[in-house]
Ligand binder design. Structure first.
Ligand SMILES: [Zn+2]
Length: 582
């Protein structure tokens, strides 16, 4: 195994000289080389009560191994062993690729040897199998890789044995896909792993060997499973997949104002949008302030037949009441209006396009009547004008107050309300689409880095934690503002940290739930070592500990003292000393 060495390892030397090392081997690593298990557990956290577990910015799920075994069995029985094997290998490959991306993102300064060595640890952390590295070595220039690993207690082998008894071939399909994906992603060239021994075949443990793809010679069906070889024969029966609702261009667009998301709530909204986009129907967007109603309207316009026409957006609340009608419908010159020249209103300017009326509830009652007429008869009348002007405009309205109750209160015309709410689309608040936060974080980071000419290495762990847990009363606009602030305040070339993001007026979530060194869920942000590493003073840590304990105990000092495992008297004394009695 890896003995601690007095000399500087090659990997360390390359890091110090910041040169690119093209060769490496596991034997050059020191024991406890980063990223360690501890480093990795720090990126795992449980958002208790929120229905989410995060590994850095990837959502994870806890599922019984038995249930996974059942899924596997159902798939084998439905499609046969051959198909099931390729399917699970492919899925495992994807899992490995995603974890390699996570390592690249979270530990960007590790060289290839360290990054490769982290793979077995992430795989082990995720609970599929216990991996021991026997040896690996690579030469990027020559494109060669060789690695040998031991797997103890493979969950997949155990499930297979449970369902089918001893197998005649290796059965850890998902598991062999994993290092193949992980190593290929980091190494940049196809590397394929295979089991030479498998617990599913009655061996004591599984033995896995990985090599660059060419070394396996012709007979490597994995190449096709993983899509490493595009020219290879493909199963003829595969039908083209229907286009996913969230088009890739939207999801990965690095810059620009597009609605991005992958969450269920977001995709539901997108589907509604797609359905009505092709029609000329009036659409009403509802949702809290800051959810991105204008963005969605803009997207609706872009997806519609009117996309070549103008998109005119106005905020009804921003127009003074006495100017609303002339702004919307235009003015004709004359003695009556006092205007020296005729001018078109927003309606006419949006001809053949889309007119977006934000905060439509703040329209004056008389303007509401004219809007209704424009919608029903497709004509408008300029202020001081003598003849109706036909208009070809699609109206999209938005409101962050409940229009039905505005109608009930007599402030909004019922007939206009009925006219507007034929196709209501509710845009969910950000807290209901938390799965989109990582994507939005990356999106806004790229957007504002480009806009402000900054080059940043992502977010620190604390910043990521805080952004994932924050409640966002101001929705996407607030997230956007936080990140823009972070981009501006962070040091160029550095990472965005929590202090760059939050000004202090926001109500930060009170505690982090993450894994303690012993592997238990640790509910304290008071994890003193972490706080010290973050530069907090002892007094700050102590105050924090008391504050959190009191919050958890609902203000009950005795309960808080029990929680802290100190006497009530000493807690009382310390609270007095620190001026925290109230
Ligand atoms: Zn196995």
């Amino acid at each position: 195994m890896n003995e601690p060495k007095a000399r500087i390892s090659l990997a360390e030397a390359s890091r110090r000289a910041s040169t690119i090392l093209t060769r490496g081997a596991s034997s050059e690593l020191e024991t406890g080389a980063a990223p360690t298990f501890q480093d990795l557990t720090e990126v795992l956290h449980f958002a208790l009560g929120d229905g989410r577990i995060w590994l850095n910015d990837q959502r994870m799920v806890l599922m019984q191994s038995v249930v996974f075994g059942r899924i596997r069995q159902e798939i084998i029985d439905a499609f046969g062993t051959e198909t099931a094997r390729s399917l699970f290998m492919r899925v495992g490959y994807m899992q490995g690729v995603r974890d390699a991306e996570l390592i690249q993102k979270r530990f960007p300064h590790e060289d290839l040897t360290h990054a490769l060595a982290a793979g077995p640890r992430v795989h082990t952390l995720e609970g599929f199998v216990k991996v021991t590295t026997k040896h690996f070595e690579f030469d990027s220039e020559k494109g060669t890789y060789f690695g040998e690993f031991l797997w103890d207690d493979s969950s997949e082998a155990a499930e297979h044995l449970q369902s089918y008894g001893i197998a005649s071939e290796p059965v850890c399909w998902l598991q062999t896909g994993y290092p193949s994906g992980y190593t290929t992603k980091l190494f940049g060239k196809p590397v394929i792993f295979r089991e030479t021994e498998c617990m599913g075949m009655g061996a004591k443990r599984c033995v896995v060997v990985g090599q660059h793809a060419e070394a396996w010679e012709k007979d490597a069906p994995e190449r096709e499973y993983f899509g490493l070889e595009w020219k290879a024969r493909r199963p003829a029966a595969r039908k083209p997949r229907p286009e996913p609702t969230a088009r890739l261009a939207d999801v990965v667009a690095p810059i620009g104002d597009v609605a991005v998301g992958v969450s269920g709530a977001f995709l539901r909204t997108r589907r509604h949008l797609e359905k009505v986009a092709a029609t000329d129907a009036t659409v009403l967007f509802t949702g809290e302030s800051g959810v991105g109603k204008e963005l969605f309207s803009n997207q609706l316009h872009a997806m519609s037949r009117r996309s070549a026409g103008p998109f005119v957006a106005i905020n009804c609340a921003a127009i003074p009441e006495n100017l609303v009608e002339s702004e919307l419908f235009g003015v004709d010159k004359g003695a009556y209006t006092g205007a020296t020249a005729s001018r078109a209103g927003y309606f006419e300017r949006a001809t053949f396009g889309t007119l977006f009326l934000d905060e439509v509830s703040s329209l004056a009652y008389s303007a509401q009547g004219k809007l209704l007429r424009a919608l029903q008869e497709r004509v408008i009348e300029r202020v001081g004008g003598s003849r109706p002007v036909p208009v070809d405009v699609r109206v999209v309205a938005a409101s962050n107050v409940d229009l039905a109750s505005e109608v009930a209160a007599g402030r909004f015309r019922q007939d206009l309300y009925f006219r507007l709410c034929v196709f209501p689309i509710a845009i969910p608040p950000l807290r209901e689409r938390r799965d989109d936060i990582p994507l939005l974080m990356a999106h806004f980071l790229a957007l504002y880095s480009a806009r402000h000419g900054r080059s940043l290495r992502g977010f620190t762990r604390r910043a990521t934690d805080a952004l994932l847990k924050y409640d966002y009363p101001g929705n996407i606009r607030e997230l956007q503002n936080l990140i823009e602030r972070g981009v501006v305040y962070a040091d160029d070339g550095g990472q965005v940290d929590i202090a760059h993001l939050f000004s202090g007026s926001e109500l930060l979530p009170p505690f982090t739930v993450s894994l303690s060194r012993e592997g238990r869920l640790d509910q304290s942000p008071l994890s003193a070592a972490a706080s010290l590493a973050e530069g907090a003073s002892f007094e700050q840590i102590e105050r924090n500990a008391y504050r959190v304990a009191l919050e958890r105990a609902g203000g009950n000092v005795s309960a808080a003292a029990r929680d802290l495992k100190i006497s009530r008297a000493s807690l009382d004394y310390r609270l007095g000393k620190l001026g925290m009695k109230d």
